[in-house]
Write a new protein. Structure first.
Lengths: 113, 116
């Protein structure tokens, strides 16, 4: 199984500042033949299902604010949230869909400082 | 609009059976994989398995193989998650989600509580 490790587990950032969440996979999720990273990011607010933010490591979903961005390749990925807003308080998960079993990171709990 | 609507919360006793459902609409249901994801209380997300409704091709996570059964009825755009004998450790929120490589649309979740 591909193990996904996120860091940090908890993150407190001031309003208007930048939040950075890292995700590392135990093996590369870059498919060489199409040069795509099979990595997605989700946001889960309390009492709600997860919401897809980013697919293919850096492709933002329609309707997701452009302060959210994804980067990275191979085994190391980052979710960046610029200009942090109060509504961004949530748990964030990365997930690989390169190989079954699909696996998620343990989650990063983002709070306002 | 893509919608996945799940059945309501359940309270069961250990040893009982249970089938929960997920009904899709707003897209070509039969030709898109649907996955089930478990979230135990206060914990993270775990993929359990996925089904292709058109031919009921199923992929299970090894962690859940033989623990649950996934099925589909394409005539009513519905997929199911079934337990033959529940355990207290099955207490969790269960989500269905459309699988287009990644999980792009999610159901609202079904809370299953197993307690004597």
């Amino acid at each position: 199984d591909i193990v996904m490790i996120q860091s940090p587990d908890f993150l407190a950032v001031s309003l208007g500042e930048r939040a950075t969440i890292n995700c590392k996979s135990s093996q590369s999720v870059l498919y060489i033949s199409n040069n795509k990273n099979y990595l997605s990011w989700y946001q889960q607010k309390p009492g709600q299902p997860p919401k897809l933010l980013i697919s293919w490591a850096s492709s933002r979903q329609s309707g997701v604010p452009d302060r959210f961005s994804g980067s990275g390749s191979g085994t190391d990925f980052t979710l960046t949230i610029n200009n942090l807003q109060a509504e961004d308080v949530a748990i964030y998960y990365c997930q690989q869909y390169y190989h079954t079993p699909y696996t998620f990171g343990q989650g990063t709990n983002l709070e306002i400082k | 609009e893509v919608l996945l609507v799940q059945s309501g919360a359940e309270v069961k006793k250990p040893g009982e059976s249970l089938k929960i459902s997920c009904k899709g609409s707003g897209y070509r249901f039969t030709n898109t994989w649907i996955g089930w994801v478990r979230q135990m209380p206060g914990k993270g997300l775990e993929w359990m398995g996925s089904i292709y409704p058109d031919d009921s091709d199923i992929r299970y996570s090894p962690s859940f193989q033989d623990q649950v059964t996934i099925s589909a009825d394409k005539s009513i755009n519905t997929v199911y998650l079934h337990w033959s004998s529940l355990k207290a450790s099955d207490t969790a929120m269960y989500y269905c989600a459309r699988l287009e490589n990644y999980f792009d649309y999610w159901g609202q979740g079904t809370l299953v509580t197993v307690s004597s």
